[in-house]
Design a protein around this ligand. Structure first.
Ligand SMILES: [Zn+2]
Length: 200
C-alpha cells in the first residue's frame, strides 16, 4: 500500500490574523508538524496545497471587495475577501508548518475559485491525479484548512479518484462550526473515515 498525506492550504491568510483567518489554524500548522515528526515513515509522499490567486482581478468572482452590508460584500460561502494573492505573505505557508517532509507543492486558484487540491497544478506542472498515479498512491489522509471548504472538496475528490480516504479530525480547522460538522457527516457518508491522528 502506498499512502499519501494531503496538507490543505495551511497558509497565513487562513490562520489567525490572516485575511480569512480560521480559529485553530495556527494550532493545526503546529499539530501537523508534530505529527510528521512523530511518524516520519507513515507517508510515502506528502502533498501541500496553497490557494494562489491573481492580484489584479476577482478570480472568477471568488473575491468580493464591498464593505459589510453592501451588495458586493463577501458572503463567506461563495465569495470571500481578498486572500492568498500569489507572492504575498498571506499566501505563504504558516511558519509553524514543517516543509521538510513535503514532497510535492500544489498551487490552485490562479484566476478562478478552486477549493479542491485536485484543481491545482504541481510545482513541476503536472496534475495532482498524474502525480498520485505516478507514485501509485492508493490511500490518502487529509489534514488542513478549511474543514468545510477545501478539506471537504479535496477529500471528496480523492474518493471520486478511487482512493481510500481518511480525514484526521484533530488536524483540521473550519470556517464555521455548523458547516464543518455537516462537512464531516457528508464525508463519512461518502465512505471517508474520520479519525484522530493518534488512531491511524
Ligand atoms: Zn481562494
Amino acid at each position: 500500500m502506498t499512502r499519501a498525506l494531503f496538507i490543505i492550504d495551511v497558509q497565513n491568510d487562513f490562520t489567525e490574523g490572516g485575511a480569512l483567518g480560521v480559529e485553530g489554524g495556527a494550532a493545526v500548522a503546529a499539530g501537523i508538524t508534530r505529527y510528521l515528526a512523530q511518524h516520519p515513515d507513515r507517508y510515502d509522499t506528502v502533498f501541500a496545497s496553497r490557494d494562489w490567486h491573481d492580484g489584479d482581478n476577482d478570480n472568477g468572482g471568488h473575491f468580493a471587495t464591498g464593505p459589510l452590508g453592501a451588495p458586493n460584500a463577501p458572503d463567506f460561502v461563495t465569495t470571500w475577501p481578498v486572500h492568498c494573492v500569489a507572492g504575498t505573505t498571506g499566501a505563504e505557508y504558516h511558519p509553524a508548518l514543517t516543509l521538510s517532509a513535503v514532497t510535492v507543492g500544489v498551487r490552485k486558484g490562479q484566476g478562478r475559485p478552486a477549493y479542491s487540491i485536485f484543481e491545482g497544478v504541481t510545482d513541476d506542472g503536472e496534475s495532482l491525479l498524474q502525480k498520485l498515479d505516478g507514485f501509485g498512491v492508493d490511500e490518502v489522509h487529509v489534514v488542513g484548512i478549511a474543514t468545510d471548504y477545501c478539506v471537504l472538496a479535496s477529500a471528496l475528490d480523492a474518493v471520486a479518484a478511487g482512493r481510500t480516504v481518511r480525514v484526521l479530525n484533530d488536524l483540521i480547522a473550519g470556517v464555521d462550526p455548523v458547516s464543518s460538522a455537516l462537512a464531516l457527516t457528508r464525508l463519512a457518508a461518502a465512505g471517508v473515515r474520520i479519525e484522530s491522528s493518534a488512531q491511524n
